[in-house]
Design a protein around this ligand. Structure first.
Ligand SMILES: NC(=O)c1ccc[n+]([C@@H]2O[C@H](COP(=O)([O-])OP(=O)(O)OC[C@H]3O[C@@H](n4cnc5c(N)ncnc54)[C@H](OP(=O)(O)O)[C@@H]3O)[C@@H](O)[C@H]2O)c1
Length: 311
């Protein structure tokens, strides 16, 4: 099969497009014919070697954990899916090895859910990792409740844009940081946009004088400090980007594959409650360019690569 892979840690230059053996399908997995795979910042952080010790590489590594596609072969123990089912997945295992930037991926069923019919394959590929992160942080780590006021950083990004929609759906008032060019987009998701940078804490205090009930830091550094400074006295703080959160009494979260959570997200997408904005689409062969673009840090929604099966 055709796939993107790398044989050593490094910049986007280490990515190669070429032939690799088709994946083998274990009893609890299905072989997915990939239609689209989404870019996540963790892919390039892992490629640069920053996850070593917690998530080690078995080279050659195929990057990517997000996927949408069609089941072509269920493993012998699988009765959840059959040939022809359209699925989405956050296909993370305990090592970096067989990712989703390929024509086929063997995906454990614990990482999968049915693809929402309402979403295109491109949109659906952007849902799993970012959506699960937003869902698990809001509902498990922060335990948001109806009527609360929630701060979401990088509200136009992959995780932030889903967090805004999920928190709104939970009945919260949501304030989201974004640059001016993304303010209309954040409003369209149901959030109140606020420009980040100098004076952010003051702008947030003006909008929410009593402080936030919950703050979701997706940026780290200054964004984390401002989050801690603008919390209500009993407010809760979570970060997915900066372990310094512990020093503010908050919690750090790392997203886990969870079939039930993913099915819930798919249901919300099917009902039109959450949507995925696709910023740019690249062919699989140009995955390195897709990663370079994400590394700039200005993605609105998701960047996606697609496999063209008609070519
Ligand atoms: N721990 C975990 O489980 C976990 C899971 C998922 C993601 N993450 C991490 O969380 C971070 C966000 O992930 P993502 O997928 O949402 O990234 P992303 O989609 O690439 O984020 C891009 C967005 O960040 C915004 N942005 C950049 N700097 C900002 C700042 N200082 N304040 C507010 N917004 C800013 C940009 O908005 P503008 O263009 O408007 O500036 C852009 O919309 C990454 O570091 C990622 O590795 C961790």
């Amino acid at each position: 099969m055709k796939a993107i892979s790398y044989g050593a840690y490094g910049s986007a230059e280490v990515l190669e497009y070429g032939e690799l053996p088709d994946p083998k399908v274990g009893p609890d997995s299905v072989l997915v014919k990939v239609r689209a795979a989404a870019v996540n910042p963790v892919d390039w952080k892992a490629r640069e070697g920053h996850l070593q010790g917690g998530l080690d590489a078995v080279f050659p590594v195929i990057p990517g954990w997000d996927v949408s596609g069609v089941v072509v072969q269920p493993g012998v123990a699988v009765d959840e899916f059959t040939v022809g089912d359209e699925v989405i997945g956050y296909v993370r295992e305990d090592f970096l090895s067989r990712g989703t930037f390929a024509e086929y991926v063997a995906a454990p069923v614990r990482t999968l859910a049915r693809k929402p019919l309402r979403l295109s394959f491109e949109e659906a590929a952007g849902l799993p990792l970012a959506g699960l992160t937003a869902y698990q942080v809001l509902h498990r780590t922060l335990r948001i409740r109806d009527g609360e006021t929630v701060l979401v950083h990088a509200a136009a990004g992959g995780v932030g844009s889903l967090a805004v929609q999920l928190a709104r759906h939970a009945g919260c008032r949501v304030v989201g940081t974004a640059s001016e060019r993304n303010h209309e987009h954040v409003r369209s998701l149901g959030g109140e946009p606020v420009e980040y940078g100098e004076g952010l804490a003051e702008r947030l205090r003006e909008l929410v004088p009593d402080g936030f009930d919950a703050a979701f830091d997706t940026v780290g550094g200054e964004a984390l400090r401002v989050s801690a400074d603008t919390l209500a006295p009993d407010g809760r703080l979570a970060s997915i980007a900066d372990r310094e959160v512990f020093s503010y009494g908050g919690r750090y979260a790392f997203v886990r594959p969870d079939a039930a959570d993913l099915a819930r997200l798919a249901e919300l997408a099917e009902q039109g409650i959450v949507s995925v904005h696709v910023d740019r689409v690249f062919p699989l062969a140009r995955a390195a360019d897709a990663y370079r673009l994400n590394e700039i840090g200005r993605t609105r929604g998701k960047i996606v690569v697609t496999v063209d099966w008609d070519a």
